[in-house]
Every structure is written in C-alpha cells, then in structure tokens.
Design a protein around this ligand. Structure first.
Ligand code: FAD
Length: 540
C-alpha cells in the first residue's frame, strides 16, 4: 500500500454544501498577515523571540524570526555556529578535503598525471586552514545577525520563569579544548556593540517566546580501565577536530558517521586506524548494503574494521592504550596511541531550570509535545539536537525555521520528517534519504528495489571514480519512491534529487522520465529507477 496522500481540502469538499460551509469557516479562522504578527505586544517584554544557542538550529531560527518582523535576541554561551561550525560538520569536512586532495594527488597516475616528488600534508598548515574556515564562517553569522538587527548576548542562559532568563558567564570545558590555537573569537567578527554586558555580569532578559536550541555535547563512555582525557590519549570528536598531532595509531569506538569520517581522515594522514562497531555493519542506521560496501572500501584503504565487536576494556601503557576488543568468542588485544570515542552525545539541558517552567525532559533531551515543536511550556519551543531526535545540522535549521514560523504566525503546523537526507563524507561518500529496504519491509510494504553500479558509467570511468552504487526502494504497486541510498563519489551532492523525489511523492515512472544530464554520476540514479521497473538500459 502506498503512503496515504494528504487530503486535498478543496477537492475533498467539492459538491457538498455542508462541507463547503466547513471550508469557509476554516478559511475564516486563518489569521490575516497583519493579525499574524500583531498578537506580539513586546512592550512588556525585551523581545518577541529569544533563541538560546547559536548553532545551525538557533542562528537560522533567529534570522527567520527577524525576517518575519520579530524583535530577536540570541544568547550563546560559547561560539556562534555551535557544534556544527566549531566542532562538527565544518572542521571535519575541512580535514576530509585535505586528505581527499592528498589521495587524488597520490593516485594521479590513474589519470596519467605524473607527480614527481609525491605529496604530503603539512599538519600545521592543515590545522590553520581548518581553523581559518571556522573563524570566517563564524564571522559570517555575526554579520548576518547585524544585518537582521539581531541582538547577540554572550553567556549561559537559565530560566527564572516562563518569560524570563538570567544570563551569566560560562566557564565550561570546551573553550579550553579549542584554546588559543583554535583562534576562538567568542562571537561576531566585529565587536558586539549591541551587547551591553558581554561575558561578565549577570543580567535578566524577558521574552514573549523562547526557542531552545542548546544542542548536544560529547559524552565519555564508561569503558573499564579507560580513564583520562585529551592529554592521556582518550579523545572525543571535539579533540579530533582540534587534534594537536597525528597519532601513530588510533582505535575508534563507533562506526557511525563520526567514527568513519575520522577513521578516513587519520588513516589518510598516516595513523594506523582500527574502527570498532558493535552492530553488524558500519553506519548501522543506513541501508545495510551501504554499510557493507563502506566497510569493504575503507578496508581497501588500510583501515581495520571490526563490526559486531566491542571494546571490553583498556589498559594504560607507556605510549598509549592496550585495548581488548571482543567479537563473539574471539578476543584481540590492540595497542594504540589514542582511543577516539566516536559515539555518544547528550542534550545540553543541565543547569537551566527547565523543569521549573514546565518543560518536560525525556532520556535524550527536551520533550516536544508534537511535531509543531512546542514543549510542555506553551511559549517555549525546542529544535535540533537538544530534542534528542535527529542529530543533523540541516534538520536543526529546518526545525528552527518551522518553530519560529509557528510562533510568529500562530500556526500549529507539523514538521514533515519524511525526506531527511543523511550523509557521510568519507571517500567514498555515502548518502541516503527515506526508508531503507529493511525499514520498508518491516512496515509491511511490498517493495521493488533497483540498483545500479557506478562502474560502467562513462563519467565514472573518465574521472576514475568507479566505486559504489545507487539503490532505490519503491512501492511495488504504485511505484512511489520510498528511499534512495548511494555510495560513491559526489553522492552527498546528488542526494538532493532523491530528497526532492521523496518530498514530492514522485513515482519511479516520473523519475525515469526525468532527463538526467550525460555524462554525469547522476545517471546511476536514472538507471536505478529504471532497474526498479525492470528495464535499466545499461545493466548487463
Ligand atoms: P549545536 O550546534 O550543538 O548548538 C547549540 C549551541 O547552544 C552551542 O553553541 C552551545 O554553546 C549553546 N548553548 C547550550 N546551552 C546554552 C545555554 N544554556 N545558554 C546559552 N547557550 C547555550 N551534522 C550534519 O548535518 N552534517 C555533518 O556533516 C555533521 N558532522 C558532524 C561531525 C561531528 C564531529 C559532530 C560532533 C557532529 C556533526 N554533525 C553533523 C551534527 C551537527 O553538528 C549537529 O546536529 C548540529 O550542530 C546541531 O545543531 P543545534 O543548533 O541543535 O546545536
């Protein structure tokens, strides 16, 4: 059965007088644009919307709220851009890009290019480049705040009541990790003249509405014997993106996106890398075929992949750690300089007195009432990692826009989570959207699957990027595209077309009739759609 289509209010009420009357009254209840922005008398509040946290959720929410005419304040305890910009997406991709370029040069002979003196990474310049990108992007957010008249206050926010927060200094540990070498500028690129009391004194701020966008932080897993932090060679992802050196060897616990991306980086920089993943495959939340292929291709680069395995305990040695890895009945001792904990994040909710104002917490973070993103305190919404739902930057941003639009228009629209892309930026890249084959089957759907390898494509051959494939999962009866999953070069850019297909409830037929440029890697998508219908042109 295909997913039920959303009811079309116009066609479903046509021909019935009482239904038409209902429709008219529904329409009358929709506020006019003037009314939408009016019910916000901010004379009794310092602002209409206060956003707590300036990660990709919070800063985007703030900008959209300002675009909608609201008076907006953002409170951020550390750096503009949050985890994504300072400790996650951006620095990790800058590191990946250097390694990828190095490998292109190392394998340039595949394209008949001779590189006489070889190539190597200058670690100092590599780190400086990464940090400069972070700093520049951070400055960009500051400029956008200025342009949109958003007031940015530095400090840690904590609730006094449902409409008031107290902002005080933040003395947390992460700023120290990035340290002066991270060139943290603690805010906008220019002095924040709109901030009357930066960093030091306590101040109170009142707001009609709040958006909780406090994100998440790394946690340290409890592995017997594994004690200490960065100095002792027990790293989190925060340490990996600010790595002071390239370890000679590294055991990465967790084969999800974070674990495999750092595995790719440090292996490329010369570390001897072992990845230990508890589940049977790498990137276990994605389609199984992707994880299996990634394990094979990373293995070919020299990364040791142990799936279905656990780190039982660790013992300090002179140079690092002796790790006991257990897989079924087999036990292996692996000596490494650094253990990188690539799993586990917790929502940043501590010390904010959220329960005091009626915001409910669950095990993974702030509970939202429904997909309107409202919390149990009616003037407080929550978005991004702090909700403990999907931990992706683009989801946080989209939720931010959704939440402030609901706040400022008085709507109660539900967020649509059907078409969320998920990407891994290793080489090869991995990208996925919609239902995996096993998820679709577990839902009792009768599915058809199409698959096409990049290998025979002219473009793949021309650019010497022939690894990987595209897999499409579709509803057998109606042909609706349910999932698109790919591994190979440039797939994190190509997935946008799959996202659009799922968002628009496209069928295989429509996608197969959509002309894909030649020669491109995207032709594998066309062939996979065709294959799901049983007639891929280029499948031998
Ligand atoms: P955050 O980015 O965590 O921002 C929250 C902000 O709130 C922080 O700046 C924090 O200082 C501030 N804050 C917290 N409490 C308070 C308080 N009480 N008062 C004031 N300020 C407060 N996602 C992707 O989509 N693509 C990727 O490639 C990707 N790569 C990643 C790589 C790594 C290594 C990591 C760790 C994560 C990665 N992510 C990636 C995940 C992504 O970073 C997060 O999903 C995203 O940052 C969540 O955004 P957010 O706005 O919810 O929270």
């Amino acid at each position: 059965m295909s997913r039920p289509k959303p009811q079309n209010i116009l066609t479903s009420t046509a021909g019935s007088a009482s239904a038409m009357a209902t429709l008219v009254s529904e329409i009358e209840r929709i506020p006019t644009p003037e009314e939408q922005l009016q019910p916000m008398p901010n004379d009794s509040f310092d602002c209409d919307v206060c956003v707590i946290g300036a990660g990709p959720g919070g800063y985007v929410a703030a900008i959209r709220a300002a675009q909608l005419g609201a008076k907006v304040v953002v409170v951020e305890k550390e750096y503009l851009g949050g985890t994504c910009l300072n400790w996650g997406c951006i620095p990790s991709k800058a590191m990946i890009a250097s390694v990828e370029r190095l490998q292109h040069i190392q394998h340039a002979d595949k394209l008949a290019v001779e590189v006489p003196d070889g190539a190597k990474v200058n670690f100092e310049k590599f780190s400086a480049r990464r940090d400069k990108i972070v700093q520049t992007q951070r400055g960009g957010i500051g400029i956008l705040f200025k342009k949109n008249n958003i007031r940015h206050i530095e400090g840690f926010a904590k609730f006094v009541d449902a409409h008031t927060i107290e902002i005080g200094p933040w003395e947390g540990p992460r700023s120290e990790v990035r340290g002066p070498e991270g060139q943290g500028d603690k805010g906008p690129s220019e002095p924040n003249t709109q901030n009357p009391t930066p960093n030091t004194t306590q101040q109170r701020l009142s707001a009609k509405n709040f958006v909780l966008a406090m994100g998440s932080s790394c946690i340290r897993l409890n592995i017997p014997g594994l004690e200490g932090g960065r100095e002792e060679g027990v790293w989190t992802s925060d340490d990996a993106v600010t790595a002071p050196f390239v370890p000679t060897s590294m055991l990465i616990l967790g084969g999800g996106a974070v674990g495999v991306e750092f595995g790719y980086v440090f292996n490329g920089l010369g570390s001897k890398v072992t990845v230990v993943e508890m589940m049977p495959n790498l990137i276990p939340t994605m389609d199984t075929d992707l994880g299996v292929e990634l394990g094979k291709l990373l293995g070919r680069q020299g990364i040791k992949v142990h799936t279905g395995a656990t780190l039982e305990r660790a013992e300090k040695t002179k140079d690092g750690w002796k790790c006991t890895v257990k897989k079924g009945t087999e036990v292996e001792e692996i000596e490494v300089q650094v253990v990188l904990l690539g799993v586990g994040r917790k929502a940043n909710t501590e010390g904010m007195d959220l329960e005091k104002i009626g915001v409910k917490l669950h095990r993974r973070g702030v509970e939202v009432v429904d997909d309107s993103l409202k919390t149990h305190c009616p003037n407080v919404y929550a978005i991004g990692d702090v909700t403990g739902r999907i931990q992706l930057a683009h989801v946080a941003s989209a939720e931010g826009i959704h939440a402030v639009t609901n706040i400022l228009t008085g709507a109660d629209k539900q967020f649509d989570y059907r078409a969320v892309p998920s990407c891994v930026y290793t080489v090869p890249e991995v990208a996925s959207v919609g239902l995996t084959q096993s998820e679709a089957e577990a839902q009792g759907r009768d599915v058809t699957v199409g698959k096409f390898l990049f290998r025979p494509l002219g473009k793949a051959m021309a650019i010497a990027e022939q690894d990987g494939f595209v897999k499409v999962v579709a509803d057998k009866q109606y042909g609706e595209v349910l999932g698109v999953h790919m591994i190979g070069a440039h797939v994190t850019d190509m997935i946008a077309a799959g996202v659009a297909a799922i968002k628009m409830e496209a069928t295989l037929e429509v996608m197969a009739e959509t002309i894909h440029a030649h020669p491109t890697m995207a032709e594998a998508m066309l062939e996979a759609y065709e294959d799901a219908m049983g007639h891929a042109i280029h499948k031998a």
